[in-house]
Design a protein around this ligand. Structure first.
Ligand code: HAM
Length: 388
């Protein structure tokens, strides 16, 4: 994020419910059935944030960030909440990292939002990701297209899935997004927004593809890509991975030139993306790049009596405060059981302390990997650990 000069914003986990209804859209799946919405004690309706854009823009408007500079570049990382049916890659609490650039309608920024997450994926050696882009038009060209699309869909209305029938009335573009086989077949030849763009949207889309070409970033145009949020104008995009199952989107985003005004700010264009972090981890896991590394104590004190245990605890505190990982027995187990535990936890070293060690100030430091033992002074455990 800092390479691209984005600054972090941390917004609250919940916002007034109306913020999401106004930005994401009343008729979207997210707002109509997936939000965690509650009444607080003051009878105000609040919602756990289902995404980051609305909150970032609310903060932008409320704090007049646009007055400080004409272009505001913000990023965020954090939990989001959607009450969806849990399945692989679809969680009710998940995490996103994302960015928003508010104040410019330059197509360079549309592309920046695609290449930024792509750079993250490339740096993590994500193989086989693909970038799909589309233009969802604007209030000049979309209404006309909607009429054409609805007329086309009405001809096959009775054969559409019940969900698509409902969408046709409320949000016809989303019929194209249906995963149902019958819907996909019936809409195979449906008219697409990208073929009905007004001159301004058309020029913008051509610029985006030209810039992607200049950067040699592979992409495909997907005329059916509509996304599940209503605030987009012009560019919409998704980055998918074949390593994921049916929930294959790693990241998604697009331009929202009307949203700041819709939320009560001055007319200000904007564009952004958000990326699912659990999905990213799923891909990394599949590629064998996440190896769970258990926390290993470097040294385990085996204490033979209560006094030695207290002594070990004091020593452990001193060594831990220097950043050395130490474990000891808290269960008052036998020496044998403590040795077994040290082994189970894969401690590299063990020191057995009892009455004679405390009296002489000398003990044996055992290397559990090699079985080697050396005599050390109890005052010099730290030096002994460093020099071995
Ligand atoms: P979104 O497509 O709804 O867009 O979410 C972005 C990414 O979050 C998805 O591609 C996916 O990786 C992840 N994601 C979404 N829902 C879940 C879930 N239930 N479980 C796990 N991961 C999930 C947005 O949120 C927009 N705010 C993006 C944006 C920013 N547009 C403009 N600026």
């Amino acid at each position: 994020m800092s390479s691209y000069n984005y600054r972090e914003i941390r917004t609250p986990i919940f916002e007034q419910s109306t913020l999401f209804a106004r930005s994401i859209g009343e008729l979207t799946d997210i707002v109509s059935k997936e939000m965690y919405t509650f009444l607080d004690r003051g009878q105000e309706s609040i919602t756990l944030r289902p995404e980051g854009t609305a909150a970032a823009l609310r903060a932008y408007i409320q704090n007049n960030l646009g007055e400080q500079s004409p272009l505001t570049k913000l990023y965020y990382v954090g939990p989001m909440f959607r009450q969806e049916r849990p399945q692989a890659g679809r969680l009710r609490q998940f995490h996103q990292f994302g960015a928003e650039a508010i104040g410019s309608s330059s197509p360079l920024l549309d592309v920046e939002m695609m290449v930024l997450p792509r750079d993250v994926y490339l740096q993590l050696s994500i193989e086989e990701m693909s970038l799909s882009i589309n233009s969802v038009g604007c209030p000049v060209c979309r209404p006309k297209y909607k009429t054409i699309l609805v007329a086309h869909l009405e001809k096959v209305f009775s054969k559409l899935s019940p969900e698509s029938q409902a969408r046709l009335r409320q949000n016809p573009l989303r019929v194209l997004d249906s995963k149902e086989e019958q819907d996909r077949e019936l809409t195979k030849n449906a008219p697409l927004m990208k073929d009905f763009l007004c001159p301004e949207c058309s020029v913008h889309f051509a610029s985006v593809t030209a810039i992607l070409g200049t950067l040699n970033v592979p992409y495909q145009i997907d005329g059916r890509l509509v996304r599940g949020l209503d605030y987009y104008t012009k560019t919409a995009f998704e980055i998918t991975s074949t390593a994921l199952g049916s929930q294959d989107a790693l990241a998604g985003g697009g331009r929202y030139d009307l949203l700041v005004e819709e939320l009560g700010g001055k007319p200000t264009p904007g564009v952004g993306f958000a990326a699912g972090m659990e999905r990213l981890m799923m891909v990394l896991e599949k590629q064998g790049q996440i190896k769970s590394k258990p926390l290993l104590p470097l040294l385990y004190f085996v204490a033979l009596d209560a006094r030695s245990r207290s002594w070990a605890f004091v020593q452990a505190s001193a060594l831990r405060s220097k950043g050395i990982s130490i474990e000891l027995d808290y269960m008052e187990r036998s020496a044998k059981a403590q040795m077994r535990e040290a082994n189970r936890q894969q401690a590299k070293y063990v020191i057995v302390v009892g009455e004679s060690e405390l009296t002489t100030g000398v003990a044996r430091l055992k290397n559990m990997l090699t079985g080697d033992e050396q005599t050390i002074q109890l005052e010099k455990i730290e030096q002994a650990l460093i020099s071995t």
